[in-house]
Ligand binder design. Structure first.
Ligand code: NDP
Length: 449
């Protein structure tokens, strides 16, 4: 872990371990927040009296369900579906759905827990939740994906609603899946309830910039971090892991801001392209053909593919891990530091392990946690809900300007809160404390529920 659990919160952490056995990612996420909260409890005795932290660590509701479906050959499959409605102090539960074979309750709970504070940091009226399934969409036909989504929604629909719970995409869930999920919700409920899902297609209730928002937002956040040191993306070498939604649009915005992304990856390996990643080719391979990153290297002379290995061996000034949790460990962090990296910005949720975060702190690498840096996606989802509610549609420029403002505000809040609580430059503490206090105040105001 990145530090000691302060004595003040040790008992709370022990209780979380006891109540949630085996859920290692959830333990990790809770511990990382608790490490920041001792200073808050010193100033707010009411949170201790009312067990506010303990209540926030316990989901309001956890739903686990069977998802049976048939593949194209007629074979029957049974997956498990999850929705953890973690906290609704600030608004309806909001958070994505992940379809990936690694999904289990502990992973959904870690993501849902992080989502509570992330959503608070956006300043939007949204609570925290997360869901998904251990379904593996890789290699499945469109018809199979549709049948799975329909079966998944046939149970999930009864728990959703624009004022109750509003899912979105995440790993393995993009516009295609949101379309099938929305279609089934509409069919069962007989309601065209646009605000029940975000990440919708642009022709039927989706919002401009939602697709780009998480990646763009992470780049805007990085820009704000550099600005504090009087620096910018101009001429910087950048490495972005992953080549999915967050990575692709993170790369796009870094290039627009003057940086050069020289490497990206998927679960099969990474490509290094010293001329800078060719975004059109990357989109063609990953978004349109649903191909592998190795296909990119085959079609581009300046690129080489490394199977397996660590993308963090590629020297860079800025690293934006944008694939999945715990993809950047202490050893990789040490390599990044030795190679002169100065900024690490989490595009994914919890991609840096606790020992990596500790190594960055010790090496003076400025580090931004995902709950702050990747909040642009959910913030733009809230803008999508706003447009749905008012039957309005904003331009790309207006939406992007809102996103840029939101990311600068989140950065300022984290930066200022870290200073206020005696840890200047510690954006982890800043994000945890600012997000927690906002949620805790609302929890407190609602009484003992
Ligand atoms: P996508 O499914 O679009 O892309 C995920 C990318 O990460 C793919 O390139 C995938 O490679 C790679 N990847 C996934 N798992 C692994 C693994 N175990 N090892 C190596 N690479 C892996 O997902 P998103 O881009 O939407 O999400 C990426 C991260 O960002 C996640 O942590 C998600 O929770 C987070 N996030 C996403 C938001 C969004 O708006 N989309 C919002 C906030 C956070 P492959 O294709 O080979 O599996």
């Amino acid at each position: 872990m990145s530090g000691e659990v302060p004595a003040r919160v040790q008992a709370i952490y022990d209780e979380v371990l006891h109540r949630n056995p085996g859920e290692t990612e959830f333990h990790q996420a809770v511990r990382e927040v608790l490490e920041s909260l001792a200073v808050v409890l010193d100033r707010h005795s009411e949170y201790t009296e009312m067990k506010t932290v303990q209540r926030i660590c316990e989901p309001e509701r956890q739903i686990i369900f069977r998802v049976p479906w048939q593949d194209d050959r007629g074979e029957v499959w049974i997956n498990r579906g999850f929705r953890v409605e973690f906290n609704s102090a600030l608004g309806p539960y909001k958070g994505g759905l992940r379809f990936h074979p690694s999904v289990n309750l502990g992973i959904v709970k870690f993501l849902g827990f992080e989502q509570i504070f992330k959503n608070a940091l956006t300043g939007m009226p949204i609570g925290g939740g997360k869901g998904g399934s251990d379904f593996d969409p890789k290699g499945r036909s469109d018809a199979e994906i549709m049948r799975f989504c329909q079966s998944f929604m046939t149970e999930l629909y009864r728990h959703l609603g624009e004022y109750t719970d509003v899912p979105a995409g995440d790993i393995g869930v993009g516009a295609r899946e949101i379309g099938y999920l929305f279609g089934q919700y509409k069919r069962i409920t007989n309601r065209y309830e646009s605000g029940v899902l975000t990440g919708k297609g642009l022709g039927w209730g989706g919002a401009l910039v939602r697709t780009e928002a998480t990646g763009y937002g992470a780049a805007f956040f990085a820009e704000a971090m550099m600005d504090v040191r009087g620096e910018s993306f101009d001429g910087r070498r950048v490495v972005v892991s992953g080549s999915g939604n967050v990575a692709v649009y993170g790369i796009e915005k870094v290039h627009q801001l003057g940086g050069t992304v020289v490497a990206c990856s998927d679960s099969g390996g990474y490509v290094v392209d010293e001329k800078g990643i060719d975004l059109d080719l990357l989109k063609q391979v990953k978004e349109f053909e649903r191909g592998r990153i190795s296909d990119y290297a085959e079609r581009r002379d300046s690129a080489s593919f490394v199977a397996g290995g660590s993308i963090w061996d590629v020297p860079c000034d800025v690293a934006i891990p944008s694939a999945t949790q715990n993809e950047l460990d202490g050893d990789a962090a040490a390599v990044l530091g030795r190679n002169g990296c100065r900024y690490v910005v989490e595009g994914a949720n919890m991609p840096a392990t606790p020992s990596a975060v500790k190594a960055f702190r010790e090496a003076g690498v400025l580090f931004a946690p995902g709950k702050a840096a990747n909040a642009g996606g959910v913030a733009t989802s809230a803008l999508e809900m706003q447009q749905n509610a008012s039957r309005d549609r904003w331009t790309f420029e207006h939406s992007e300007a809102r996103l840029a403002d939101i990311m600068r505000d989140i950065h300022a809040r984290c930066h200022e809160t870290a200073e206020e609580y005696g840890s200047p430059g510690d954006l982890v503490l800043g994000a945890n404390v600012a997000g927690f206090i906002q949620v805790a105040e609302a929890v407190h105001a609602h009484g003992l529920i």
